[in-house]
Write a protein that binds this ligand. Structure first.
Ligand code: SF4
Length: 471
């Protein structure tokens, strides 16, 4: 199984270099930018009030998180009223144990799953397989990745890094037969295979895009319909909810459904919006006998009280990935965590520890395209700068050369004469560099390894001002 976990800056650089040199990946990523990225822009442009809608979504998130404890209590009471059970999990291991315990208690063995990044975050499949359960992903992209032994590389298009011939090979090798390089035929093959899994599954596990506190409703947004089968065919349904996904009332839901579909895929609404309110009630024809909602903390309550609280506004639409010039060049696996792209560069250090992922806050040009694309206007560049600052204060991450440069810079800014002398020297030496770009900096090759460094202007602003002022 390919392990893409990247823990070192050097590993990130190597993974990024490999991604840049992979023509198949590059072609897949350029299609992503041309399709999802453009559709997102077009879908929001159609609305006369898209700015207001996004502000509204952001305001609901902000207000909900301010009273998250109260909304979670309401949610629990609502779920209980409909015969469901709520379980709280402090971290990933706790959630995995809780879910395994529910399956065991129900005498389950065959598990089907609908797409859920939160289950990826806690490595649920690995934990359940270690307990002897048979677990099958039923989202087409996730199914391909499970067969291939790979992690998702995008929040909403998990197998976006694979082209059709690669998918045919992966599924064909697994089936022991040659499969056609044709998307529809491959989807038909997966549908036939997965139907058998649905028929024998005793437990269905889903994530939750939202959970409505006042009604106890779990909302799933998909485009394939597998979420409906996962939550209604097996006799037990377990939903894993990141605790920040709760919204207070049903009236809030349309706001999020509108922005999520537009931001994720450019649709007005996703094809399937499933609203699941507890287990099957008397007189209902289908639905599970048991419904369990597992509410996951895994660092979220710590983040809630910190300066990067806004990261909990994220509705996992993937728009910031599609807009990001870094993601669009290196894809998702190089980031090394479950969450990729600009928001992944914030979430992964927050969930797994900044010093384990020192490369991520730097995997951004801070151009702001992510914030502009985000349906809840999360200030991702600002958060990345804050993480860089925290990293800079970490003794284990100290970079002597960088620190010496910063100290020198600070000393110059405090001494106007020294600053004037330094700029005078710079404009008269490297400011006259041929072509205006420096292609190699001695001792600082990392800066110029993949890009040129702009030479200082041949005349400082101060000199220009002085000269023009005299005129
Ligand atoms: S940060 Fe914003 S754009 Fe990125 S996935 Fe989250 S909600 Fe979507």
């Amino acid at each position: 199984m390919t392990d893409y976990a990247v823990h070192e800056h050097e590993e990130f650089l190597t993974a990024a270099d490999e991604a840049l040199a992979d023509p198949s990946l590059q072609s897949a990523l350029s299609m992503l930018a041309d399709t999802l990225g453009q559709r997102n822009k077009d879908a929001f442009a159609e609305l006369s009030d898209s700015g207001l809608l996004r502000d509204r979504a952001r305001a609901i998130k902000d207000a909900t998180l301010a009273e998250l404890d109260r909304h979670l209590e309401t949610l629990e009471a609502s779920v209980n009223r409909r015969g469901g059970q709520v379980h709280y999990a402090a971290d990933g291991a706790d959630a995995c144990q809780t879910i395994a315990g529910i399956i065991r208690a129900a005498g389950g063995r065959h598990v089907v799953k609908s797409k859920s990044m939160t289950t990826e975050e806690i490595h649920l499949n690995r934990a359940l397989e270690a307990e002897g359960f048979h677990v099958v992903e039923t989202d087409f992209g996730e199914y391909i990745l499970q067969v291939a032994g790979q992690r998702p590389s995008h929040l909403v298009a998990p197998a976006v890094h694979l082209r059709i011939p690669q998918v045919a090979k992966i599924l064909g090798d697994d089936a022991g037969e040659q499969l056609p390089e044709d998307a529809e035929k491959l989807a038909a093959y997966a549908r036939r295979t997965l139907r058998k899994e649905f028929a024998r599954a005793d437990v269905g596990i889903s994530g939750a895009n939202f959970a409505v506190a006042e009604t106890g409703t779990v909302v799933l947004v998909t485009n394939e319909g597998n979420g409906r089968l996962t939550t209604s065919m097996p006799r037990v349904h377990i939903a894993l909810l990141g605790m920040e996904k709760v919204i207070p009332q049903l009236a809030d839901l349309p706001v999020f459904l509108k922005v999520l579909a537009r931001a994720a895929t450019g649709q007005k609404l996703s094809i399937y919006t499933s609203m699941i309110t507890g287990r099957r009630q008397p007189g209902e024809l289908d639905g599970p006998d048991e419904f369990h909602l597992v509410v996951l903390d895994n660092g979220r309550s710590r983040i809630l009280g910190g300066p990067l609280r806004e990261s909990l506004f994220c509705i996992r639409c993937g728009a910031c990935l599609n807009a990001c010039p870094i993601y669009r060049n290196i894809g998702g696996h190089a980031y090394g965590g479950v969450y990729a792209g600009p928001i992944g560069a914030v979430l992964t250090p927050l969930y797994s520890g900044l010093t384990h992922h020192p490369h991520l806050p730097h995997a951004s040009s801070l151009c702001g395209a992510c914030q502009a694309a985000c349906p809840v206007k999360i200030a991702i560049p600002e958060m990345l700068v804050q993480l860089r600052e925290q990293l800079h204060r970490e003794p284990s991450q100290a970079n002597r050369v960088e620190n010496a440069i910063y100290r020198l810079w600070a000393a110059m800014l405090r001494r106007p004469r020294l600053y004037r002398l330094a700029t005078w020297l710079a404009t008269r030496t490297i400011g006259r560099w041929p072509g205006g770009w420096i292609r190699h900096l001695p001792g600082l090759g990392g800066w110029t390894g993949a890009r040129d460094f702009p030479a200082p202007a041949p005349e400082s602003f101060r000199d220009w001002w002085h000269r023009e002022g005299q005129a």
